[in-house]
Design a protein around this ligand. Sequence first.
Ligand SMILES: NC(=O)c1ccc[n+]([C@@H]2O[C@H](COP(=O)([O-])OP(=O)(O)OC[C@H]3O[C@@H](n4cnc5c(N)ncnc54)[C@H](OP(=O)(O)O)[C@@H]3O)[C@@H](O)[C@H]2O)c1
Length: 348
Amino acid sequence: MRTTAVPTLLRAFALGRRPRGVPTLGDFALVESKYNGLEAGQILVRNEWFSVDASMRLRMTATQSPYLTPYAPGDLLDGWAVGRVVETCADEFEVGAYVFHYAGWRNYAVLPTGPAGWVAPRKVVVSQTTRPEHYLGVLGPSGLTSWAGLIHAGELRDGDVVYVSAAAGAVGSLAIQIARLLDHRVIGSAGSDEKARYVTEYLKADGAFNYRRESVSAGLHRLASNGIDLYFDNVGGDHLDAALEAMRPAGRIVLCGAIADYNANEESRPGIKHLFKATERGLTLRGFLARMYADQWDEFHRNVSAWLAEGKLFYPETVVDGLESAPQALINLFEGANIGKTLIRTGS
Ligand SMILES: NC(=O)c1ccc[n+]([C@@H]2O[C@H](COP(=O)([O-])OP(=O)(O)OC[C@H]3O[C@@H](n4cnc5c(N)ncnc54)[C@H](OP(=O)(O)O)[C@@H]3O)[C@@H](O)[C@H]2O)c1
């Protein structure tokens, strides 16, 4: 066993109780446990960064799904994280190596290193142009989601006019820029004037609107009066409904997320009124998860790393310091308080 200084106590967030509506701080519990050392094949990673993701809210509800294993009260929360190996009982992971893995929401992670599919820990390269936290965003799951959603699920085609909702967020901000870099006209929507300005000024969208100031229908009519070919849906609800009306014949809608629904129970979700537009216009609606395109990882990395190194991709982050701040950072996603990827810098 090789080691550097190891902790005596491990700290992590667990689900305290199931939230009703938007989570509150009382729904989370910070727990401590004694560090008992490693078994063969395990590594101890000091997390430097971890990701905060809206989909965690779905897991806090009891519904069983093959995509999202629900948390029971008392279960440790998790998610993408990156950190350095501080102790190892696995030959291929040396002390000091940077590791990308799925045991976020804690200061230290004890990880098995055998095959674990999509969430298996893997070593990552940190350089002057590639920082550890990039693996949680632009070069990680958010980036793959944007790339695969546009190129593969959305079958982006020459001349497509693209609309992206939650355009100032982690996935949306990259989807906007990838579509622009591939020479498409692209429209975004976001929840404030400041964010809408940000989407045009920094992300270089052709147009953006604040859906709290004008309806999604009005914004789309104003900025894409001839209709849209590809809608990258991060929101669902009224955004999806309005986009259905604005689609051109044979258009495509990629159902990436439905954040507008995550805090609502099934009975109170408004439902989609314009679904028949899909029939009338021969639209394709395709739901997807980034992990369904895990085999596109190399293609995505090659393209997005090159844009990043050439300075062509602007990558916004909302960085929040300290493990203890993570619950509020998750709550903030539902209040639109973030721009770009929300990351916790543990500083542990
Ligand atoms: N399919 C996949 O594999 C996959 C992977 C990652 C993420 N996702 C999904 O993609 C979506 C975006 O994720 P992200 O990581 O990029 O999150 P994010 O955009 O960084 O944060 C969420 C944003 O959604 C907006 N929002 C929150 N509640 C809303 C509501 N009721 N109506 C409209 N907008 C609302 C807020 O922005 P505003 O201020 O603009 O309202 C907020 O900043 C989420 O639905 C997420 O679950 C899917």
